[in-house]
Design a protein around this ligand. Structure first.
Ligand SMILES: [Zn+2]
Length: 468
């Protein structure tokens, strides 16, 4: 475990002490404390355990009485499309392909101002609900639309959240049998060059990094085989992770069989897209051998239960994936297919939907659901050594959930209350040891101003798209 910054700086570590709190550490043994303490020193967890904090700690800048609360690792979101915040509530009764066809002409008109506002909206909703590591898979780069990646990274940085930008791309437009309009896609060379530039400009590989970049061509049906192959080569040359959509719908499976003569997993394997540095969104239509291949190669999955339900895509076989050793995290997915945009409600949805899918009452339990949303997410983002569980030496990304009000106070067990119960309010959320949410309010941005700007940008986009 890397040392805390306290040992490498001259000034003594500033400490935050939390006591009298129920703790679900989500460590390897699922260690829990009915009443325990957490000591944060600068940006890392210095100590955690049962009972009161050690006595005689110096430079304690804040003491928190966690009575009535559950402390968990901060939630990690592993799949999203921030720009969709300003196209929510459209094509509400469509399946994936028809929904994409309906929305691409509008999406193709986004600009930098819209993208920034939408990123703020998406981030605000998640961070307020306990997300401490966010990600955005952004793949729409219309010609002349400005510095979209820079604007998204700026929004995350202002919010104070840890962030992975999956720099997406599309090079298979209508003229090549793809779905996006011609002017909304990039050339193969242009997409690769812009992705490399984004990695070089923004990716931080160090312990505790606040911004990381992944290489993320959009999906098998919107990118060329060459972009997948060369994208994988680029990511491995630069030492960053790979992300895309995969096995989301039966239509995609049919598309792959018709065009490439094989299913999505075999196609991904043939293009270099299985491996421990890859995570795939959805993975709904996976047979036994697909799941075995993911388990063997440690290819990760971002499970997005609400979006899959909204688009009638199907139910991913998460219990089978976990049994096969597949790293699985949770994803909100873009908010054009999950209007709520909240990750803490996905804990509950993942649990319920996987019991339906497997038709088995213990297919997924509350602890496993919490693990998907925390440690599992850290695994698929390649950051399990830094975040995803509450352990001494790890980064201080944690949430205090308020469980002593009407919604939760009579539920027998705090983890059950968090996962099975109503969405719990966040009393405190720390990212890198710094508060980002207190008493359900975002500390670094004005939520009401974001509500207004996102409404205005949604209306501006609708007007521009209507002129086409
Ligand atoms: Zn998606």
């Amino acid at each position: 475990m890397a040392p805390s910054t306290a040992s490498s700086t001259a000034s003594p570590a500033a400490r935050i002490v939390i006591e009298n709190v129920a703790i679900a550490t989500v460590d390897t043994h699922d260690t829990e404390y009915a009443s325990g303490h957490i000591v944060v020193a600068d940006n890392t967890i210095e100590s955690i355990g049962a009972g009161k904090a050690p006595e005689g700690l110096e430079n304690v800048v804040r003491r928190i009485d966690g009575t009535g609360h559950l402390a968990t690792p901060g939630l990690v979101n592993t799949h999203h499309h921030f720009y969709q915040w300003i196209t929510r509530g459209l094509a509400t009764d469509h399946n994936l392909f028809n929904w994409l066809v309906a929305l691409y002409p509008t999406w193709a008109r986004i600009d930098e101002r819209m993208t920034y506002a939408a990123a703020q909206g998406s981030l605000a909703m998640m961070v307020r609900g306990g997300v401490t590591t966010a990600m955005d898979h952004h793949y729409v780069f219309p010609q002349g639309s400005g510095d979209l990646s820079g604007s998204i990274i700026r929004a995350a940085s202002e919010m104070g959240v840890r962030f992975t930008l999956a720099r997406g791309s599309m090079d298979r437009s209508e003229k090549d049998g793809g779905l996006p309009p011609d002017f909304a896609v990039e050339t193969l060379e242009g997409a690769l060059a812009a992705t490399e530039e984004t990695v070089k400009k923004h990716h931080d590989a160090s312990f505790g990094a606040m911004t990381q970049i992944a290489v993320a061509p959009c999906s098998p049906f919107s990118v060329s085989t060459e972009l997948l192959k060369q994208g994988a080569e680029l990511a491995r040359r630069l030492g960053v992770r790979l992300h895309t959509h995969g096995s989301e719908t039966v239509e995609e499976e049919k598309f792959c069989h018709e065009l490439f003569g094989m299913g999505p997993t075999d196609y991904f394997e043939s293009t270099g897209w299985l491996g421990e540095d890859v995570w795939m969104a959805h993975s709904v239509h996976m047979n036994d051998s697909d799941i075995a291949a993911f388990g063997r190669t440690k290819t990760g999955v971002a499970h997005c239960p609400s979006s899959n339900a909204r688009l009638a895509a199907g139910i991913a076989r998460v219990p089978d994936m976990l049994a096969a050793g597949v790293p699985v995290g949770l994803g909100v997915d873009g908010t054009a297919s999950n209007e709520s945009g909240e990750l803490h409600t996905e804990l509950r949805n993942a649990l319920l939907i996987n019991r339906l899918g497997a038709h088995r009452e213990a297919a997924l339990n509350a602890r496993q659901a919490l693990r998907l949303g925390t440690y599992g997410g850290a695994q698929v983002l390649g950051r399990a050594g830094e975040i995803g569980s509450l352990e001494a030496g790890k980064l201080a990304d944690l949430v205090l959930w308020k469980l002593d009000t009407l919604a939760h106070s009579s539920i027998a067990d705090p983890v059950t209350a968090l996962v099975f119960g109503a969405a719990a309010p966040v009393t405190l959320s720390l990212v890198n040891g710094k508060p980002v949410v207190e008493n359900s309010r975002l500390l670094h941005v004005d939520e009401d101003a974001i509500a207004r700007s996102t409404r205005d940008e949604a209306q501006r986009l609708a007007r521009i798209a209507a002129q086409d």
